[in-house]
Design a protein around this ligand. Structure first.
Ligand code: MG
Length: 228
């Protein structure tokens, strides 16, 4: 009975996510779900991305956190279209929460929707939100072993970002090990390095510009049954 309940919850989430995706595509919105552990730099990346691209793209942001609106307040300095979702004890965003947040955004005036998920390397992975792309973010201060220890996040991430590269001279981080593990887990992932804090984001911004400008190339989310 327990298994049946869990399966029903996931099926319900997937149904809502499919509807979210259809609504977003109908409005021409390109959507990313940004995943990563607490403190890896997700909010800083969103802030810098907004500052760099807001003149060329209409961007909205949905931010998930257990408590507080601190991230939304930071992001609101760069973008008026931000919705904070407090998940309480929930360790990830679910599709119905994103649907409710989407109702507060004018999607027809939006080119790019960034969803900053709750800081967690495990729980957000299995929940489709209706995004086009999941972006998995790691940072050099977390250690190079994290992709191998949290393989499902890498497996589900179309893009893998390594942040805080400016700290590489000061932390023990084996870049080769990181790259090797990521390639083994998700050979077709786009792997990018950045320092959000120092605004070294060229490859990330180029990738985002290209994808957001080409909604016709929006493709189905990666699944084990539908490998790309
Ligand atoms: Mg954050």
């Amino acid at each position: 009975m327990h298994v049946e309940v869990v399966e029903n919850v996931l099926k319900l989430n997937d149904d809502v996510a499919r509807r979210n995706r259809a609504v977003l595509h109908e409005a021409g919105v390109f959507t990313i779900d940004l995943l990563g552990g607490p403190g890896c730099g997700k909010t800083t990346l969103v802030e810098r991305t907004l500052a760099a691209l807001r003149a060329e793209l209409r961007i909205a942001v949905i931010v998930g956190d257990l408590a507080t609106a601190r991230d939304a307040q930071r992001i609101a300095r760069h973008c008026p279209h931000v919705v904070q979702v407090n998940t309480g004890k929930g360790c990830h965003l679910e599709a119905h929460q994103v649907r409710q947040a989407m109702e507060r955004i004018d999607l027809h005036q939006t080119d790019l929707l960034i969803i900053e998920n709750v800081g967690n390397l495990v729980c957000p992975v299995g929940f489709d939100l209706g995004q086009d792309v999941k972006v998995g973010m790691f940072s050099t201060t977390e250690g190079a072993d994290k992709p191998a220890k949290y393989p499902y996040m890498v497996h589900e991430s179309d893009v893998v970002l390594l942040n805080k590269t400016d700290l590489l001279p000061y932390v023990p981080f084996d870049v080769n090990q990181f790259d090797t593990d990521v390639r083994r887990l998700r050979p077709d992932a786009t792997v990018l390095r950045c320092s959000a804090y120092l605004n070294k984001l060229d490859s990330w911004l180029d990738w985002l510009r290209a994808r957001a400008a080409a909604p016709a190339e929006i493709s189905a989310p990666y699944t084990k049954a539908n490998p790309r």
